[in-house]
Design a protein around this ligand. Structure first.
Ligand SMILES: C[S@@+](CC[C@H](N)C(=O)[O-])C[C@H]1O[C@@H](n2cnc3c(N)ncnc32)[C@H](O)[C@@H]1O
Length: 512
C-alpha cells in the first residue's frame, strides 16, 4: 500500500464514543460471570487498546485502571487528541500513531494483561487482521484477555448488499470531499433506488427498515462504517479459528445477559443448544437463534476455571453501585428473545437497598444477610440483568480506587472545562467503577460550576447561561429553540434543579 491510510476512511475524524467492554475491569467481570479468572489488576498491570479513535475510552480506562496503558491509532489527529487527554489526566499512558503493522513489530512494548479493540476487525484488511493477531500472539500475557467486536454472519447476510450499494456509489461517483456530502449523496442514491422497489426487497424484507434507521446516524460514523475499502463479514467460527493461532480461546461474550438463556432464546432453542457439546459449535449455533449481527467476544490466553460456588461468592462479595434513582430503573425491556418484565417484588427492594445511604456502594453478601429468605441464585440473576442494562455497575477494590482517584479527577476537570466550548465528550470517568459514565454537556458545566462555588440552582443556571450565551448558543426544549434570555434561564433552572436533586448525589457516590 502506498498510502498510510490503507483504504481506511480518514477524511473525517471519528466520533467521541465510549464502550465499557474495552475496560479491563468490565472484561474481568464478564469472565468471572462465566467462571473464568483473569489476571488481578494491579499497579504492575499493562493494558492496550488498538485503533482507539478519539481515545475517549482509552483515556477513561487509563485514568481509572491501576497500571500502564498503551494504544495505537494511525490517524494522527486521533493520536493527538488521545495524548492531550492523557496529559490532562496524568495517567501512565502512551498513545502511538503507528499502523497495526508497525505496532506489531515494536520491541519496546511490555507484555499486556489485556488488549482490546472495538469497531476495527470488520473494517480493516485481512492483512491488518493478521497484524492484530500477531500483536496479540507476541504481547498478550498467559492468562491475559483480548476483547474484539465485529459485524458477523448470519445476521448481516440479507442486508450486507446495503453497505455494498453505499460504498459502490461513493467509489464510482469519484466525487470525494467531506464525509457529510459523500454520505448524503450515497444515501440519496439508495433512497431513490428503494423508492423504485427492487425485487431484492422481497428476499430481504428488513432491508428498507434497516436503511431508514441507518440514515439517521451521524455522517462521520456512517462514513467510517460504510465507506471503507474493507468491510468483511465473518462467522464466529472464522474468528475463533484465527484467534486460536495466537493461542487465544473464546471465553465469554461481553453481553452479560446472554448467560440468562431463557431471556434471549426460546425453550426449544435452549434444548437444541444444550445437546451440543463442542463450545465453538454451540456459540455459532446460538448466533442463528439470535440472528446476530454484531459480536462482542472476550478471548483468553489459557483458561483458568473456578467452580460455581467460588464464582457465586466472588460475584456477591464485590461492591455494586446504582447509576440512577431506584424508581427510574425500568423493569420492562426488550432482549433478542422479546419483552421482559422483571418482578417488582424482587427488584424494587434490591434497587432501594442500593440507593440507601446516598447510593453508597454495597455488596450482595450484605443484602443476603439482611434478607436470609432470598435465594442467592435469584440475586445473581438480578445482578447480571442490572449490570447488563447499565442500571448498576461493579466497583473496583478500595485500593484500586485510591490509586486512580487523582487521575480521574484531573481528566474529569479537563473534560468539564472543554464542555464550556464544545459538546464533544459526553462522558466522565468514575474512579469507583473504573468506567465511563454518560453525562450531558450541561451536566458537565453544572458540575464544574458547582465545584467552583455555585451551589444553588439559580446561580448554576446563571453561570451556565453566561457560558453558552457568550457563544451565541441557545437551549432547545421539545424541539424548539428558546429565544429570550428569560426563557433560556427559566429552562436552565429546571435542568439545574434536576442536577442538584437527582444527578449530583449519584456523581458523588461514583466519586466523580
Ligand atoms: C471505526 S473506528 C473505531 C474507533 C474506536 N475504537 C471506537 O470504537 O470509537 C476505527 C479506528 O481504527 C483506526 N485504524 C484503522 N486502520 C488502522 C490501522 N491499519 N492501523 C492503526 N489504526 C487503524 C482508525 O483510524 C479509526 O480510528
Amino acid at each position: 500500500m502506498n498510502s498510510w491510510n490503507e483504504g481506511y476512511f480518514t477524511d473525517s475524524t471519528y466520533t467521541y464514543g465510549y464502550y465499557r467492554e474495552l475496560s479491563p475491569n468490565f472484561m474481568r467481570w464478564c469472565l468471572l460471570l462465566n467462571g473464568i479468572l483473569a489476571p488481578e489488576i494491579t499497579e504492575e498491570s499493562c493494558h492496550c487498546e488498538l485503533g482507539f479513535g478519539q481515545g475517549v475510552a482509552a483515556n477513561i480506562h487509563a485514568a481509572a485502571t491501576p497500571g500502564k496503558f498503551f494504544g495505537t491509532d494511525f490517524n494522527p489527529s486521533h493520536a493527538i487528541t488521545a495524548n492531550e487527554l492523557a496529559e490532562a489526566s496524568g495517567a501512565d499512558a502512551k498513545f502511538f500513531e503507528d499502523s497495526f503493522e508497525e505496532f506489531s513489530k515494536r520491541d519496546d512494548l511490555p507484555q499486556f494483561d489485556s488488549i482490546s479493540l472495538h469497531g476495527i476487525w470488520s473494517w480493516v484488511s485481512a492483512e491488518n487482521r493478521r497484524h492484530i493477531m500477531e500483536f496479540a500472539r507476541r504481547h498478550l500475557k498467559s492468562g491475559g484477555m483480548l476483547y474484539n467486536s465485529y459485524n458477523c454472519l448470519p445476521g448481516w447476510a440479507p442486508i450486507a448488499p446495503l453497505r455494498e450499494l453505499l460504498a459502490m456509489y461513493d467509489k464510482y461517483s469519484g466525487k470525494g470531499g467531506a464525509a457529510k456530502g459523500r454520505i448524503s449523496e450515497a444515501l440519496k442514491f439508495v433512497e431513490e433506488m428503494l423508492a423504485a422497489n427492487p425485487a431484492y426487497l422481497n428476499l430481504a424484507p428488513n432491508f428498507a427498515k434497516t436503511f431508514e434507521v441507518l440514515k439517521k446516524n451521524n455522517p462521520d460514523y456512517l462514513a467510517h462504517e460504510y465507506l471503507n475499502l474493507d468491510w468483511d463479514l465473518m462467522y464466529f467460527t472464522d474468528v475463533a479459528e484465527i484467534a486460536q493461532q495466537a493461542k487465544l480461546n473464546f471465553a465469554a461474550t461481553a453481553i452479560p445477559i446472554e448467560i440468562v438463556e431463557k431471556l434471549n432464546i426460546s425453550e426449544p432453542a435452549i434444548e437444541f443448544l444444550r445437546k451440543i457439546e463442542n463450545p465453538i459449535v454451540k456459540e455459532q449455533a446460538r448466533d442463528y437463534f439470535i440472528n446476530r449481527q454484531f459480536r462482542k467476544d472476550i478471548f483468553v490466553r489459557g483458561i483458568r476455571k473456578i467452580n460455581s460456588v467460588e464464582r457465586l461468592d466472588k460475584i456477591l462479595e464485590m461492591r455494586y453501585v446504582l447509576l440512577s434513582p431506584a424508581d427510574n430503573v425500568p423493569l420492562k425491556f426488550k432482549t433478542t428473545g422479546g419483552d421482559v418484565k422483571l418482578s417488582e417484588e424482587i427488584y424494587r427492594p434490591i434497587l432501594e437497598f442500593l440507593q440507601e445511604d446516598n447510593y453508597r456502594p454495597k455488596n450482595f453478601a450484605e443484602y443476603l444477610k439482611r434478607n436470609p429468605a432470598q435465594d442467592s441464585k435469584g440475586i445473581l440473576e438480578a445482578i447480571i440483568i442490572l449490570v447488563n442494562n447499565n442500571n448498576i455497575m461493579p466497583c473496583q477494590s478500595e485500593v484500586a480506587v485510591n490509586l486512580v482517584k487523582k487521575s480521574c479527577d484531573k481528566l474529569n476537570a479537563h473534560i468539564c472545562e472543554r464542555a464550556k466550548f464544545e459538546d464533544a465528550i459526553n462522558f466522565l470517568v468514575s474512579p469507583l467503577t473504573g468506567l465511563g459514565v454518560a453525562v450531558t454537556r450541561f451536566q458537565q458545566l453544572f458540575l464544574s460550576q458547582y465545584r467552583a462555588g455555585d451551589k444553588t440552582s439559580d446561580k448554576l443556571a446563571a453561570s451556565a447561561w453566561k457560558i453558552i450565551s457568550r457563544q451565541g448558543q441557545r437551549l432547545i426544549h421539545e424541539g424548539k429553540t428558546l429565544q429570550t434570555p428569560e426563557e433560556n434561564l427559566a429552562h436552565m433552572e429546571k435542568l439545574t434543579d434536576d442536577f442538584l436533586k437527582t444527578q449530583l448525589p449519584i456523581f458523588k457516590a461514583l466519586l466523580i
